[in-house]
Design a protein around this ligand. Structure first.
Ligand SMILES: Nc1ncnc2c1ncn2[C@@H]1O[C@H](COP(=O)(O)OP(=O)(O)OP(=O)(O)O)[C@@H](O)[C@H]1O
Ligand SMILES: [Mg+2]
Length: 243
């Protein structure tokens, strides 16, 4: 497994958000975690990324393994520096007063001395998202919501990480942009073998995109399987796919 959660309990103060969840992602896979509002999707990603943010939850028990080794003691910036993972958080978290190009460059702070690769990756981002190339000199706050979402994904790519975790990337996107983005992510997985963990409320789209998934319900995993299995699971159909 590239990334594995083992009996993970996570909380905010004395509110427990995840009650001991276990799941894993193999290198090169696209896996989704689906669930309704408040199910614990963002808490899961924030716990995995070890973010030292005020809004990040605390792991109270269990373990997170990366390539077989616990990362509970690893500093979050080391996860990025070692190119282990990059998170595209909920909401867009881009620097509105910087241009598109500057936002992409900032995301490479951990990659000093890799000028050649960085320019290849800027080109990759612009190939995946041609709209960003056209707007590369524009201040990011002037981009549409969908374009900002693409820029947030682009920033994660610029870290050069093996694993990208995305928190509800479809949120607020019109269908055309949403499919454009998922197609770009799939190309990245095909061509570069980048492993992708995506959490989504939009189960239909997520199961279409991922090959395998887990269903999270109030802090517990209540179902798992291939996308085909989950799509035909009566409980999943009823609760998440509109019957
Ligand atoms: N900063 C916080 N402080 C206290 N409780 C929190 C905090 N963030 C989330 N929670 C609680 O943890 C639980 C899981 O929330 P989480 O944000 O992980 O859900 P989610 O599945 O991402 O939901 P959504 O689809 O609405 O984004 C919820 O009960 C939520 O109220
Ligand atoms: Mg969330």
């Amino acid at each position: 497994m590239l990334l594995e959660a083992r009996d993970l309990r996570v909380g905010y103060g004395n509110i427990e958000a995840l009650h001991g969840i276990s799941f894993g992602i193999e290198r090169g896979e696209i896996v989704t975690l689906i669930g309704a509002n408040g199910a614990g999707k963002s808490s899961t990603l924030l716990a995995l990324a070890r973010l030292a943010r005020p809004e990040a939850p605390t792991v109270t028990s269990g373990d997170i393994l990366y390539a077989g080794k616990s990362i509970l003691g690893v500093e979050p910036h080391d996860l990025v520096r070692k190119k282990m993972m990059a998170l595209v958080p909920e909401g867009r978290h881009i620097f509105g007063n910087l241009t598109v190009q500057e936002n992409l460059e900032m995301a490479t702070y951990a990659r000093r001395g890799e000028e050649a690769e960085k320019s290849v990756d800027t080109e990759l981002v612009f190939t995946l998202f041609p709209r960003l190339r056209e707007r590369r000199k524009q201040r990011s706050e002037l981009l549409s919501g969908g374009e900002q979402q693409m820029l947030a994904v682009g920033r994660a790519l610029m870290t050069g990480s093996d694993l990208i975790m995305l928190d509800e990337p479809s949120m607020g996107l019109a269908p055309v942009l949403m499919y454009e983005m998922f197609r770009a992510l799939r190309r990245l997985n095909d061509q570069r073998g980048i492993t992708i963990l995506v959490v989504e409320q939009n189960a239909r789209v997520a199961l279409d995109f991922a090959s395998r998934g887990y269903v999270l319900d109030t802090g517990e995993i209540i179902a798992s399987g291939t996308s085909a299995e989950l799509s035909s699971n009566p409980r999943v159909k009823k609760a998440y796919l509109g019957g």
